[in-house]
Design a protein around this ligand. Structure first.
Ligand SMILES: C[S@@+](CC[C@H](N)C(=O)[O-])C[C@H]1O[C@@H](n2cnc3c(N)ncnc32)[C@H](O)[C@@H]1O
Length: 320
């Protein structure tokens, strides 16, 4: 017999009511309650787009004229629930979402080295709202599975795809830690904007090898520091105000990590400085952005005094 069974009937009801209230308060809490994102997802799922185009820089979901003005406003309000929008741009029934990052620029850099995606099994690790997954969908993969442990981004993707209806895109509320559940599964893995958040980057790369089919490829993009030597910066606390940053490598260092993890045919195909043109505050992301992370008197340094970030891109294969 437990504590609850010992209570008189009225006390039992009171206990149930107060438990229910406590639970309701928890799920509805403004900051962390999961209904904060699930509710707008459910509301947006009522709108099915009769037109989707993922082939251009802006992912287009639904035509402006498909909805009444009132319905379009409703969609706009629900989309705002997912602010801050980090990745995009999207246009949803004519509502243009100008995200913090101009993600199309990263996609343009990656596109030239991609294998043919048609019929492929793909993982996008840390897929955020799925901007890149939609861009992949235009190339008719068999399936793109997004790994995303953040409730906000997970439901944002689900809302976008409930409207878009791309049936070869799926997302799971899981992190890179779960990749080793998918042994020899993916022809192609994208790991973009993640590895500098990993405390053990070579183990992370080994987990990716486990998830790849023999001969499969990894597209790896990371924030990095400039330089030709094989070094990684290990910041005291934040790097460019970002907490949870472990090793920030040069391109050569990232190359060596891939080699030591066991990748072959490694190609360091692109590097460029970050800029306010590509990462900035917008109407859909009103918090601090790149210009706030950089020393106002010296654009070569972060506010912490570290070398300002570059972006580095590599591709590598798992042995046949
Ligand atoms: C800097 S963003 C990069 C997003 C996107 N891949 C890109 O390149 O633009 C990092 C993403 O990783 C997600 N994330 C956080 N922890 C993760 C984990 N353990 N495994 C996979 N993704 C994670 C975050 O929620 C976020 O969406």
């Amino acid at each position: 017999m437990n504590y609850f069974d010992c209570l008189p009937p009225t006390a039992k009801i009171d206990t149930i009511v107060s438990e229910h209230k406590r639970l309701q308060a928890w799920v509805n809490q403004k900051k962390k309650g999961f209904l904060r994102y699930r509710k707008p997802y459910e509301a947006l799922s009522e709108f099915q787009a009769n037109f989707v185009d993922c082939s251009g820089d802006t992912v287009l979901i639904g035509d402006k004229n498909q909805l009444s003005t009132a319905e379009r406003l409703q969609v706009h309000e629900h989309l705002k629930s997912f602010m801050p929008w980090r990745k995009g741009p999207f246009s949803v029934f004519g509502n243009t979402i100008d995200s913090e990052w101009r993600s199309e620029k990263k996609w343009q850099r990656v596109m030239p080295v991609l294998p043919d995606l048609k019929g492929k099994m793909i993982a996008d690790i840390g897929c955020n709202n799925g901007y890149y997954m939609f861009r992949m969908a235009a190339h008719e993969p068999k399936l793109v599975l997004g790994f995303e442990p953040s409730m906000q981004h997970y439901y944002c993707f689900k809302a976008l795809n409930a409207m878009a209806g791309c049936n070869n895109l799926e997302i799971d509320l899981q992190g890179i830690e779960h990749l080793n559940l998918f042994k020899d599964c993916f022809d192609l893995v994208f790991l973009m904007g993640i590895i500098y958040h990993r405390p053990s980057p070579i183990d992370t790369l080994r987990d990716i090898l486990t998830g790849l089919t023999p001969g499969g490829s990894l597209i790896l993009e990371s924030q990095g520091i400039p330089g030709d030597e094989p070094y990684a910066l290990f910041p005291d606390n934040t790097y460019a105000k970002v907490p949870g940053t472990y090793f920030v490598p040069t391109g050569k260092c990232l190359y060596n990590w891939m080699k030591k993890a066991g990748f072959v045919n490694i190609d360091f195909f692109c590097s460029h400085p970050m800029s306010t043109e590509e990462q900035r505050k917008t109407e859909w992301m009103t918090f601090e952005s790149y210009s706030d992370f950089i020393d106002p008197d010296n654009p070569r340094l972060t506010v912490e005094g570290y070398p300002a970030p570059v972006r580095i891109f590599l591709k590598g294969d798992k042995k046949e």
